[in-house]
Design a protein around this ligand. Structure first.
Ligand code: SF4
Length: 166
C-alpha cells in the first residue's frame, strides 16, 4: 500500500464516521450522483466569489487566503453548520499545517446558507487535539479492514450508504 497522508478531508470525516475515513483513504468513491454532494459543490462554487481562491500548500487545499489587518486569514465554506465540529477541526488542521510552514494565521468558517461565520483560533489545546487525531487517523487507515458500518444520523445522506447498507 502507498503511503497515505492525513489531510483536511480525512480530519473532517473523522468526526462524521471513522469507517468513511478508511473508505476515503483507499480511494473508494461513494455515489457521485448523491444529491447532497451536488448541493455542497454548488454552494462551494457559487458563494463568496469575490474573495474566493483555492490554494494548495503541501497536501492541504485552502479555500480563501488573504491578509486581514496584517494577519493571514483563511476561510472554509461549508453548506451547513450541522457538521460544525468537523469543519472547525478541519480548519484548525489547516492553521496547524500553515504554522509548520512558518505562517501564523486565523481561520473563519463560513456557512453562506445560514449567513453564519465562526472564527477559529489555533491554541495549545487545539494543537494537542490535532496531533492526537492525526495519530488516530493513521491507525484507522493502516488497518487492513474498515470498521463495520454503524447506523448514525449521517448515514442517510452519505455517498457510501448503498455500499454500507445494501
Ligand atoms: S453510510 Fe454510515 S456507516 Fe457507511 S460510511 Fe456513511 S456514515 Fe459511515
Amino acid at each position: 500500500m502507498e503511503d497515505i497522508n492525513v489531510n483536511g478531508t480525512l480530519i473532517w470525516y473523522y468526526y462524521i464516521c471513522k469507517r468513511e475515513v478508511w473508505l476515503m483513504s483507499r480511494s473508494i468513491t461513494g455515489d457521485q450522483d448523491n444529491k447532497y454532494m451536488d448541493i455542497g459543490r454548488f454552494i462551494h462554487e457559487s458563494s463568496y466569489s469575490r474573495d474566493k481562491k483555492e490554494i494548495s500548500i503541501g497536501n492541504i487545499k485552502i479555500d480563501i487566503l488573504k491578509k486581514n489587518k496584517g494577519n493571514v486569514l483563511i476561510g472554509e465554506v461549508k453548506k451547513s453548520s450541522k457538521y460544525e465540529e468537523s469543519a472547525k477541526m478541519q480548519l484548525a488542521y489547516y492553521l496547524y499545517k500553515l504554522k509548520e510552514y512558518g505562517v501564523e494565521g486565523q481561520g473563519v468558517l463560513m456557512f453562506p446558507k445560514e449567513r453564519k461565520r465562526v472564527e477559529i483560533v489555533l491554541d495549545e489545546d487545539m494543537i494537542n487535539k490535532i496531533k492526537y487525531v492525526e495519530k488516530e487517523i493513521l491507525k484507522l487507515i493502516y488497518d487492513e479492514y474498515p470498521l463495520l458500518p454503524k447506523k448514525t444520523r449521517y448515514c442517510r445522506n452519505c455517498a457510501y450508504s448503498e455500499f454500507c447498507w445494501s
